[in-house]
Design a protein around this ligand. Structure first.
Ligand code: PMP
Length: 391
């Protein structure tokens, strides 16, 4: 008889639900000719000069660990970038840490601040990792839903209703995955007031900040009195098409960044050295390639927004990121049934909104980080599928 190894698994890990996105990828990978609007990553290859700089660093023998918090040169560039782009000032020496993707920044930020039972507000529909990251850090995720009729924008009174004496932090993602919603200064200010009134911290996930299409991006940290209450999280995955490099960063109050660095030094040591050299080049030279990608995403956003409108599926025009979140309520199907049938019948992979939280039910997430040719074909197939359901 083989040993039942499952009994060794910690209860809080056993209780985690596997990400609902994976199931669709696994199914799609068994099929030919599938157009995937499922994955949340750029279709661009990392700019060549970034690849070359990383390659060069290896040739020069830079193959050892860096400082725990990352190369000082990279932290200086991150600090300069945040200042020139978002008017927020961070000392590279002790207020910036380079991490293994924004994912690790979120993990160590939560582990650094949460005592068992502390509550963290999660604004749904949201990135699938937040709730699990809070649970793994010993905290309790508390969901606040947003609605399509409000453009999936967090309503301050709904946020305030969810706060308790145990609330320690809010995770805000702006622009948002999966809705593409972007909050402007006027919409962020009342949230900042509540953060101050209730003595909270904000984990501000700004990984899509470079991909804003309508208005200038406002970093949460730049709002009055918010710099001391914000851990700004970002990275290179989306804006520089560097998902596989696994490089991100956090900037925040020195005490919090130092607490995060303690966890980082014992668990990770440092982010990959060759990726850090690539990131140095990305920040030194990056704005032209970022602008090129942003323009292309904007064009695709306009195309998919009109396509869904023409199909009669209600949708908000995304303000940022590379996702659109149209309603499929018009078909009478659940989001999971819709996504599954669309994949099997028309070979288009999308993600059911329900995986992003309860308030995502009735919607699907489509990533438009794929070529116009693929998008045009995908929209044709979705239209045919929707018409069949409504016939
Ligand atoms: N935050 C959000 C909102 C994301 O969508 C993602 C990636 N899908 C991440 C963080 C993680 O990014 P990284 O590759 O830098 O770990």
């Amino acid at each position: 008889m083989s040993l039942d190894t499952s009994r060794f698994i910690a209860e809080h890990v056993d209780a985690l639900k596997p990400s609902g996105i994976r199931r669709f990828f696994d199914l799609a990978s068994t099929m030919d000719n599938v157009i995937s609007l499922g994955v949340g990553e750029p279709d661009f290859v990392t700019p060549w000069n970034v690849i070359e700089a990383s390659y060069h660093s290896l040739e020069q023998g830079y193959t050892a660990y860096t400082a725990n918090a990352g190369l000082l040169e990279l932290r200086e560039l991150i600090s300069d970038y945040l200042k020139t782009t978002y008017s927020v000032t961070y000392r590279p020496e002790d207020q910036v840490i380079v991490t293994v993707g924004a994912s690790q920044a979120i993990d160590i930020a939560l582990r650094a601040i949460l005592n068992p039972g502390d509550e963290v507000i999660i604004v749904e529909p949201c990135f699938v990792a937040y709730a699990s990251a809070v649970s793994l850090a010993g905290g309790v995720p508390v969901s606040v839903g947003t609605k399509a009729k409000n453009g999936f924008k967090l309503q301050p009174e709904e946020l305030e209703n969810a706060l308790t004496s145990k609330t320690k932090a809010i995770i805000l993602c702006n622009p948002n995955n999966p809705t593409g919603t972007m909050l402007n200064r006027e919409e962020l200010l009342p949230i900042a007031e509540l953060v101050e009134k209730h003595d909270l911290l904000v984990l501000s996930d700004e990984i899509y900040a470079e991909l804003s299409y309508e208005a200038d991006y406002v970093s949460f940290s730049s709002l009055p009195n918010m710099q001391d209450r914000t851990i700004l999280i970002s990275g290179f995955s989306k804006s520089f098409a560097m998902t596989g490099w696994r490089l991100g960063y956090a900037a925040g109050p020195a005490e919090l960044i130092q607490a995060m660095t303690k966890i980082h030094q014992y668990t990770i040591m440092c982010a990959p050295t060759m990726a850090q050299y690539g990131a140095v080049e990305a920040l030194r030279s990056g704005s032209a390639s970022v602008e090129h990608m942003r323009k292309s995403y904007r064009q695709r956003r306009n195309f998919v927004t009109s396509a869904f409108e023409e199909m009669g599926l209600m949708t908000n025009k995304p303000g940022g990121a590379f996702y659109i979140f149209p309603s499929i309520k018009e078909t009478g199907m659940s989001s999971e049934a819709f996504a599954e049938a669309l994949l099997i019948e028309e070979k288009v992979a999308v993600v059911p909104g329900s995986v992003f939280g309860e308030s995502g039910e009735g919607y699907i997430r489509c990533s438009y980080a794929t070529s116009m040719k693929q998008l045009t074909e995908a929209m044709k197939r979705i239209k045919r599928f929707v018409e069949k359901q409504q016939a």
